[in-house]
Design a protein around this ligand. Sequence first.
Ligand code: MLT
Length: 262
Amino acid sequence: MNRMKLQNRSLEIAYHDVGEGTPCLLLHGFCGSSAYWDELIPLLAPHFRLIVPDLPGHGQSSVPEQPYPIEAYADDLNQLLRQLQIDQAVWFGHSMGGYITLAAAERHAPDLIAFGLIHSTANPDDEKGKQNRDKSMQTIEQDGIEVFIDGLIPKLFAPQHLTAMPEKVEKAKSIGRLTPPSGAQTALMAMKNRPDRNVVLQTTELPVFLAAGKNDQIVPPEKVFTVENELQNRVVIEQAGHMSMMEDPEFLANAIKRFLKR
Ligand code: MLT
């Protein structure tokens, strides 16, 4: 794992840099880490250069100081690419990583070649969603990150995979338990306050990849496919909930390859 200190910031980002070709940034979701992409990396690295960071406040990256909105994640990850001398990249974001990707498409469009949202949405949190963020912050505060993660992770997998893929569920739990509690709190606040970005999806001039898991209980397909745009490539992954990079990595990798080869 490499580490990069961002210029003029106290933040340090841990990341993998593997493969050659068009640079692709792979962003994991809330309480994940770069290890979410472990099975995708060998499938994509023969074709593309993959930059796979731990998000700020996750994995081995440092925890940013609050307030740290979704836009700050996008700005800092774009800064990471600049410091790697990468002028333009394709951004792919899983769930919270997709919220960050949309913010990057809004704020740094000239630096993007294309972008993809994987089990993510341009919709903001509704009132109930915002209340759930507050409850999650409370659970982390009162019961600790492990209890919170043990409640969260089973909801991310398609119900049939909880028994069919116990080792993957366990892996996602062990990744989640390593999230610094303050990093998880920062992310919850950022997700709660993120704006509606459907206008970005609607008006972007970049090619867009949208992947939905048929059995996703967190971001179901109708929340992924919110607006039409002729530059969109849509896929529904039948054998996935919210975690296709673990539940059906081959399908996801092939869909990404097809999108990037166009
Ligand atoms: C994620 O996987 O990043 C989160 O579940 C997304 C969310 O809670 O909105």
